[in-house]
Design a protein around this ligand. Structure first.
Ligand code: FMN
Length: 393
């Protein structure tokens, strides 16, 4: 069974990620994993923290001679900022005068709910773990899931659909996403240049006015075979699993599969993807059944149907504002402005990269459940047998 866990605080010594259930014999490309981490750190609108960190996956276990050995893989990501926080956040009892309290909770952040829940006098330890710095650890294990999926011919990428009120109305092709992914400079990870400039203007406006701005990203999983997930049990439906995984990312407040939101206000005849059959072999498809459209986002009845799996995430604007909203001082109970500390202003491209990881981890889990295998040899043999079966269907 594929399982993963993360640990670590935003300004602690390091983040840790553990993933188990990856078959033995998967080649781990260190440069690929580090590039994924780099991608999560990019995007116009990020704060100063991302200039301090340059994430690198330090593998501690589960890999020997560049390949997985079937045992749990643990990864350490060093926090370079730790040296600036070591005295404020010591593991052993330290000097309370050096503690950096978060005195007034930020509306929209975990500060107040977390302090109440864990009986903490202020929100420092809440934000240390609630912070999306944690998503770097998910990207590290997500990169391993992507490497596994690649062996099955599946790739997962994302792009940005909207930032504030600026939107890319056109659809992005898979080739456009591949070209975006190859870029060594990331502005807003948008496939349309003029839409990207409009998005940049939205971020500039937020930067100028001490505000923040949210948006929408889209994750596409390409060449997913039909048959992942099932309607047989509610908790095994692929759409439900993906929604939960993507929604679990910090600041994601809605998830859409395919054109789900548009479909809710449309007639069935304009929404459902008609079914055809081709006598020609298509290298991008696992079967000869064809669909002229993909409004279902590659999932019907909780099962992948062979089309690209398409998941959108809707991000609220970041809650740390340079022009803070009203709050209450934890100690005095007086009305004050909410706490401010160095923060991002727009994180939609980064959230898209983290969501790619969550989608990849979910698809890898479903693929391992369907095809099984303790080694890559076994997994690939089973996968090949299934592909032959559906080709002949
Ligand atoms: C990649 C990424 C970076 C983020 N950076 C910040 C940040 O710098 N400041 C901030 O207030 N929130 C940031 N957030 C959002 C908060 O982590 C999130 O709003 C908070 O933990 C509360 O959780 P919720 O919004 O899911 O309720 C970021 C989110 C993501 C996905």
């Amino acid at each position: 069974m594929l399982r993963y866990y993360t640990a670590g605080e935003s300004h602690g010594e390091s983040l840790i990620a553990v993933i188990s259930g990856i078959p033995a014999g998967l080649e781990i490309d260190q440069a690929f994993v580090d590039r994924e981490l780099w991608r999560r750190q990019q995007g116009f609108g990020r704060g100063g923290r991302m200039r301090i960190e340059s994430d690198h996956a330090h593998f501690l276990s589960g890999i020997r001679n560049g390949k997985t050995i079937g045992s749990p893989i643990s990864i350490q990501l060093e926090n370079k900022d730790w040296k600036n926080w070591e005295e404020a956040l010591p593991v052993r009892a330290g000097d309370p005068a050096k503690h950096k309290a978060v005195a007034s909770p930020r509306p929209g952040h975990a500060d107040l709910a977390g302090a109440l829940k864990y009986d903490l006098p202020e929100a420092r330890y809440v934000l240390e773990r609630a912070s999306a710095r944690e998503s770097a650890a998910r990207v590290a294990v997500g990169a391993i899931a992507k490497l596994l999926l690649r062996e099955l011919g599946i790739d997962v990428l994302s792009h940005v659909i909207a930032v504030g009120s600026a939107a890319n109305e056109g659809e992005a092709s898979w080739d456009q996403l591949v070209a975006l992914h190859a870029k060594n400079e990331v502005l807003l990870n948008c496939a349309d240049e003029s839409a990207e400039q409009a998005m940049k203007a939205e971020v500039d406006k937020a930067l100028r006015t001490g505000d923040s701005v949210g948006g929408v990203f889209e994750v596409i999983a390409h060449k997913v075979p039909p048959g992942l997930g099932t309607y047989a049990n509610w908790d095994e439906r692929l759409d439900g699993l993906l929604a939960s995984a993507v929604m679990s990312l910090q600041a994601v407040k809605a998830v859409e599969i395919g054109r789900g939101i548009h479909a809710a206000t449309s007639f069935g005849s304009t929404v459902h993807d008609e079914i055809g059959y081709s006598s020609q072999e298509d290298n991008n498809a696992h079967t000869r059944f064809t669909r002229p459209s993909n409004n279902a986002g590659g999932i019907e009845g909780g099962i992948s149907n062979g089309e690209d799996v398409v998941v959108r995430g809707y991000l609220k604007p970041i809650s740390t504002l340079r022009r803070p909203l009203q709050s209450v001082d934890f100690k005095t109970r007086e009305t004050v402005k909410a706490a401010y500390e160095r923060s991002d202003v727009c994180v939609v491209p980064a959230a898209g990269v983290a969501a790619e990881s969550m989608v990849a981890l979910t698809l890898a889990k479903c693929a391992l459940e369907k095809f099984g295998g303790d080694s890559m040899t076994e997994l690939l043999r089973n996968f090949k047998g299934y592909c032959e079966q559906i080709e002949k269907f």
